[in-house]
Write a protein that binds this ligand. Structure first.
Ligand code: DX5
Ligand code: ZN
Length: 225
């Protein structure tokens, strides 16, 4: 089963001094989802923004807000992100001892539940939560920073997870180092959602973003045939 290709610009690479405009520009330019990277300076070695920023952006667009929580612990903050307007809340499998509980809590808040795994984490952590998730996010860089290079070793892992998902209604997403040059690699292995930060927000205006998104989408669609 082929789920549609979705491009999810990461606003981590946007201009924070005009963040609202960069969100609406990405949507105008053809983004399917908006990817919001939440970093705590503890689970990852960088700090980004929290639920108040998500809440401030929420009225600007109806696009799906795909919140990627790179925070530990995550459970105390799930409700705040749900209330702020997240549609999908993704937690890291490595971020706490009770992954199943976190995923249940997200669904109990009425949101789609996602699980993310770092490059070094084997896909076997998904075995007993697969029926608790709406999305699996495979990190193709070590989380914390934009502008890093795609790690080729994750491609095989993506293919195995794609097989594991089978006919389940689960979105398979990749995040890190996705450009028009690399997008075809994970797409051929089975991802349908591609996060891209620096490759979308280069060029600084809506027409540049439109060309950037179109190039990533074309590469992904071509690779999956
Ligand atoms: C990395 C973040 C990514 C990041 C992607 O920790 O989760 O979403 O913004 O940035 P690029 O596309 O520049 O690799
Ligand atoms: Zn992310």
């Amino acid at each position: 089963m082929h789920r549609p290709i979705r491009i999810a610009p990461s606003i981590l690479a946007a201009n924070f001094a005009r963040l609202g405009q960069d969100v609406t520009d990405a949507v105008t330019a053809g983004a399917d989802w908006i990817h919001l990277d939440i970093m705590d300076g503890h689970f990852v070695p960088n700090i980004s923004f929290g639920p108040d920023v998500v809440k401030a952006l929420r009225p600007l667009t109806d696009a799906v807000f795909d919140c990627h929580l790179m925070i530990a612990p995550a459970d105390p903050y799930l409700e705040a992100f749900a209330k702020a307007g997240a549609d999908i809340i993704t937690v890291h499998a490595e971020a706490g001892p009770h992954l199943h509980r976190s995923l249940q809590a997200i669904r109990a808040l009425g949101k789609k539940a996602g699980v993310s795994i770092n490059p070094a984490t084997p896909e076997s952590v998904l075995d007993y939560v697969i029926d608790q998730v709406d999305l699996i996010l495979v990190m193709s860089v070590n989380p914390g920073f934009g502008g890093q290079k795609y790690i080729p070793a994750v491609t095989e892992k993506i293919a195995r997870i794609h097989k594991l998902i089978g006919d389940r209604p689960i979105e398979l997403e990749v995040d890190g180092g996705i450009t028009a040059e690399t997008a075809g690699i994970p797409a051929a292995a089975g991802v349908n959602v591609l996060v891209a930060g620096s490759a979308v927000y280069k060029g600084d205006d809506v027409e540049a973003y439109r060309a950037n998104i179109a190039a990533i989408r074309a590469a992904a669609e071509k690779a999956r045939g």
